[in-house]
Ligand binder design. Structure first.
Ligand SMILES: Nc1ncnc2c1ncn2[C@@H]1O[C@H](COP(=O)(O)OP(=O)(O)O)[C@@H](O)[C@H]1O
Ligand SMILES: Nc1ccn([C@@H]2O[C@H](COP(=O)(O)O)[C@@H](O)[C@H]2O)c(=O)n1
Length: 209
């Protein structure tokens, strides 16, 4: 029987450094067949809605994610089956018509802002990590990233952050810190924590062999 993959879930507020940590782990675990799955690609399709309506969606509420499909895909990867994930377009606030084919791996790294919100998702994780970065640093990073990479204006980022991102963070993200096995301060720059996570993943993969 194929060995069970080791699943690491990485959550934390928007701009905390989840993706940076996840990608650093993928690089360090290159010899252990790692794959990355981002919860963001499971934001619900809104292609049937006009842009004006899409811009009003609360993307920091758990209802904005297609969690049933996300759970089903995670379960398939754990059973060593390949999946086809949606591709998300932040500038258009919806999915593109493409999909990404993902082959199963021995280490599965999953990152997402609302990752520990659903008990079904939490229960699939072997190691749960919360990246903990100050709100003001997260906001500055988000402002820079969203204006450079996600097609947003400065005014739009500030408005969205105040209206939904911050209140939903306090309601749905920060409280899930209590589910974490490990809390990583400052994210991407914390090489000690990233190396510890890498060593734990390698040890668990070897144990399963
Ligand atoms: N330690 C760091 N120092 C400076 N910039 C960082 C650091 N970690 C992440 N960033 C930058 O901040 C932005 C958000 O980081 P990212 O890893 O995408 O966060 P998240 O996935 O939690 O939203 C990115 O542009 C990234 O390059
Ligand atoms: N159409 C969308 C979809 C999501 N967002 C924001 O993305 C954030 C999560 O991604 P991070 O990489 O920052 O963790 C989340 O806070 C949503 O507000 C968006 O702006 N537009």
């Amino acid at each position: 029987m194929a060995k069970k993959p080791f699943l690491i879930g990485i959550t934390g507020g928007s701009g905390s450094g989840k993706t940076t940590v996840s990608k650093a782990l993928i690089t360090r675990l290159a010899d252990n067949n790692p794959i990355l799955l981002q919860q963001d690609v499971y934001y619900k399709d809104q292609s049937d809605k006009p842009m004006e309506e899409r811009m009003k969606t609360n993307y920091d509420h758990p209802d904005s994610i297609e969690t049933d499909r996300f759970v089903a895909d995670l379960e398939k990867l754990i059973q060593k089956q390949a999946i086809d994930t949606p591709v998300y377009d932040y500038a258009e606030h919806t999915r593109s018509s493409k999909t990404t084919h993902v082959e199963p791996g021995d280490v599965i790294i999953v990152d997402g802002v609302l990752l520990f919100n659903d008990a079904r998702v939490r229960d699939l994780m072997d190691l749960k990590v919360y990246v903990d970065t100050d709100d003001d640093i997260r906001f500055i990073r988000r402002l820079q990233r969203d204006t450079h990479e996600r097609g947003r204006t400065v005014e739009g980022v500030i408005e969205q952050y105040t209206a939904t991102v911050k209140p939903m963070h306090n309601q749905f993200v920060e409280p899930t810190k209590r589910y974490a096995d490990i809390i990583v301060p400052e994210g991407g720059g914390n090489y000690v924590a990233i190396d510890m996570l890498m060593n734990q993943a390698i040890a668990m993969v070897k144990k399963e062999e």
